[in-house]
Design a protein around this ligand. Structure first.
Ligand code: 4AD
Ligand code: MG
Length: 464
């Protein structure tokens, strides 16, 4: 059995040195001298590579000397303390076996750094870069921390459907799923496409959010959460939007907007703390190559309170900013990225919670406040990214919810099952959604969301 590099590189030396091991991985660099060959391999288990040394006593020394970057090998040998700088241990190889050679003239990943744009065109090989390796380990640590946070607080993990007939956000940004023959679709009498003939007997879409389904379980079992892929057909070509992204959504019962905000803050702090303690090597890489001061920035978010302001207060700050925004500031507008960034980056210089937004700009399910103008909504805004969390207390009063559907021109029939939750044993409840990839950008300092998801989907890009 091979030993993962992590278990040799991140152990107290006295525990591992002097023993024989089999290791395997992909060659990062080879330096061949007359009598000695130095090979560095990586197997993904840690950011660091293991140095392997071969000499004349190594079987097939001549073949070993001809190995190239990118090839996959297995090596057996003896682990020694390394005399060289930069590493604590190295493997003195008795035997090296080549699994798959890698022709240097056509291997797209050369030693020199590549642009993120170029790497996106080779997303199938990009996992072998230091950058994607580090992103992957951070994503993994964050995912696990997310489950830990909710499990510790006795939330149930619910698997909400991916295929749906309802538009949770009511924004019409849905991808349609169909098995109809698009060349010759069945038509109704008035010439429209007849979706009754479609696979599900009606229109079907990819979900934009698991929230509505989650509410059904919350109103039966208490606190619940989901963590799954969501899809938005918004034609946004920005560094913060994907057509397919992962979202974490908790839903809490007997809870109001204050409880929602408290949970969101505790949640962010917990998962940041976890990644700080589990991924120091990967974060050190991001600190060195992507963003100076990253670790300190993250630690500050863990240690200091968030700022909390109302939408109305936010507007007052923006009006007094003495800065010309592209979108003029006026009560009632949806906050644009430039406004959010001014508040989080310039004014407060830390994460902020903005609450109580105008009813007219927010989704139909948010609870109307007593002022009849605003809803119990909250967004968490962080420097560089903008909105990372969006949440709200849900409208739990049947008549008000019916009226809100009507106002937003949404059909009561389509949402009748959702209204049932208010007909039968309604309770105050609240929840939020955290965009996982925006979180990963925030944690790594990586600027473009397309570089923190394994295979990004965005307008005109669906390869791999
Ligand atoms: O604010 P949103 O649209 O909220 C909801 O979907 C609610 N149903 C959540 C809930 O209350 N359960 O989306 C939540 C978060 C945003 O704050 C943002 O971080 C992320 O999802 N997000 C996106 N991330 C990447 N690409 C996109 N196109 C995104 N749209 C939203
Ligand atoms: Mg939002």
């Amino acid at each position: 059995m091979r030993t993962k590099l992590k278990n040799l590189l991140h152990q107290p030396q006295e525990k591992v040195i002097g023993q024989d091991y089999t290791v395997a991985g992909w060659i990062k660099t080879v330096r061949a001298q007359k009598e000695l060959v130095f090979i560095e391999i990586n197997d993904g288990s840690s950011f660091s590579n293991l140095q392997i040394i071969a000499d004349k006593t190594t079987k097939n020394f001549t073949a070993v000397a001809a190995l190239t970057t990118g090839s996959s090998i297995q090596a057996q040998g003896h682990l020694l303390a390394s005399p060289a700088k930069g590493q604590k241990v190295e493997l003195k190889a008795t035997e090296i076996f080549l699994f798959g050679p890698c022709p240097p003239e056509s291997y797209p990943l050369q030693k020199k750094g590549h642009s993120f744009e170029f790497l996106r065109t080779i997303a199938h090989l990009r996992p072998r870069t230091n950058m994607q390796g580090a992103v992957t380990r951070v994503r993994n640590a964050l995912s696990f921390a997310i489950h830990r946070f909710f499990q510790q607080r006795d939330f149930y993990y619910i698997q909400t459907p991916i295929i749906t007939s309802s538009d949770c956000e009511g924004a019409g940004e849905l991808f349609r799923i169909t098995t109809l023959d698009l060349e010759k679709p069945p038509k109704t009498k008035d010439g429209k496409i007849d979706f009754k003939e479609d696979f599900f007997g009606s229109s079907a879409f990819l979900t934009v959010s698991g929230q509505l389904n989650l509410e059904c379980f919350a109103l039966a079992l208490g606190d619940v959460y989901t963590f799954g892929p969501t899809f938005r057909a918004e034609n946004s070509n920005t560094s913060r939007h994907l057509a397919e992204f992962w979202m974490i959504e908790p839903e809490m019962v007997f809870a109001d907007l204050d409880d929602d905000i408290e949970t969101a803050k505790a949640f962010l702090k917990f998962i940041l703390q976890e990644v700080l303690s589990r991924c120091p090597e990967d974060l050190a890489f991001f600190e060195k190559f992507i963003e100076k001061g990253l670790v300190e920035r993250l630690q500050k978010v863990v240690d200091s309170p968030f700022e909390e302001i109302s939408y109305t207060e936010a507007l007052k700050i923006l009006e007094k900013a003495g800065q010309k925004f592209e979108f003029p500031v006026k009560w009632g507008i949806d906050l644009q990225s430039e406004h959010e960034r001014y508040l989080a980056e310039k004014h407060f210089q830390k994460p902020i919670v903005i609450r109580d937004y105008p009813e007219t700009i927010k989704a139909f399910y948010m609870r109307r406040n007593a002022d009849n103008k605003t809803v119990a909504a909250m967004d968490v805004i962080v420097p560089k990214i903008g909105e990372i969390i969006g949440g709200s207390q849900r409208e739990d009063r049947l008549e008000v919810l019916e009226e809100k559907l009507l106002r937003q021109k949404l059909s009561r029939e389509d949402y009748s099952w959702y209204l049932d939750l208010r007909r039968f044993g309604s309770v105050p409840h609240a929840g939020f959604g955290l965009g996982f990839e925006r979180l990963v950008c925030f944690v790594t300092g990586v600027e473009n969301i397309r570089d923190v998801i394994p295979f990004p989907r965005y307008p005109k890009h669906i390869s791999f």
